[in-house]
Design a protein around this ligand. Structure first.
Ligand SMILES: [Zn+2]
Length: 298
């Protein structure tokens, strides 16, 4: 029974304790009898979602965590953390040190168990984010980005876009200043007067999704792996529980970021948004190409 003390001692389900052959819910301690004379040893640690009553009749306080104690008559009860301290004194402290790693693992264990039980729902939600965050699915956004970078436009048009659209999607164009503007600058005794100025001509929203898409792929990969790795923790070794619990810490944040990528990708690939790129071009046939490209997303 003790070949793996972690599995033997850490109990997260009250039913498991009730099923123990020597378990009794309450021990009545006679008047004048000392509790210390009734209790023998601490033999396990429990952590529940719900609260359960301490087995010492005069206490009866509800606890979420505490210990399984054996009695001198061979029966077992559960006692709360405070009663453990009170009745076992110094030996309790020694026991708690022994149980320390279990306490540290208990929360991780419960967390993984909850995730394991929710796994079908988690997977469903993940699929929903990938496929129903907007008109385009994750895969369609990925392909649209690849197409935008490689095939959709010819080399020179792509180069022009790379040069003149900021990473956040702002389109600035150099235009000639009017005679009046230059005259005004001269009057202000400005040095190094240029004959052109940069004017904001457009803002392609969520343009940064293109440059940052590799991060979206990383996030998707995180969930593909994680959901394969989540198992019932009673089938996992201590080290695997630790590693999995560490990964799980990023779960909610990563899910939010992945959803953001899917939503922003959908905001990026719309005709109204992409058609703004046409201002970069002066030739009618180039403007036509942009128009045609943007309208693919109608
Ligand atoms: Zn108690």
């Amino acid at each position: 029974m003790t070949e793996n003390p972690q599995h033997f001692n850490l109990i997260t389900d009250f039913e498991e304790i009730i099923a123990r052959p020597n378990f009794i819910e309450r021990v009545v301690i006679q008047k004048g009898e000392k509790v210390e004379g009734v209790l023998r040893d601490l033999i396990g640690y429990y952590l529940f979602k719900e609260e359960v009553k301490c087995g010492i009749s005069s206490c009866g306080t509800k606890h979420q965590k505490g210990y399984i104690a054996s009695l001198n008559d061979g029966n077992e009860i559960i006692i709360g953390h405070n009663c453990g301290k009170r009745y076992f004194g110094v030996s309790f402290d020694e026991k708690t040190t022994q149980f320390e790693h279990l306490k540290n693992n208990a929360n991780q264990y419960v967390q993984i168990k909850e995730m394991f039980e929710k796994l079908p729902t988690l997977k469903e939600n993940f699929e929903r984010i990938l496929n129903n965050s907007g008109k385009m699915t994750f895969l369609q956004i990925k392909l649209a980005i690849k197409d935008f970078r490689e095939n959709a436009l010819d080399y020179w048009m792509r180069r022009k876009i790379d040069q003149d659209v900021s990473s956040s999607g702002l389109i600035y164009i150099d235009v000639f200043k009017s005679k009046e503007e230059i005259a005004a600058e001269v009057a202000m005794k400005k040095k190094n007067i240029l004959d052109t100025k940069s004017v904001l001509m457009g803002n392609v929203v969520n343009y940064d999704v293109i440059a940052n898409w590799h991060n979206a792929e990383k996030l998707k990969d995180y969930f593909d792996r994680l959901y394969r790795e989540i198992k019932n923790p009673n089938q996992l070794q201590g080290e695997a529980i630790k590693a999995l619990a560490k990964k799980l810490r990023q779960h909610d944040q990563n899910l939010r970021e992945l959803e953001e990528f899917c939503k922003n990708g959908n905001r990026l690939f719309t005709p109204e948004n992409l058609i703004q790129l046409a201002v970069l071009f002066t030739k009618p046939n180039e403007q036509k190409i942009i128009e045609k490209y943007a309208n693919k997303f109608a």
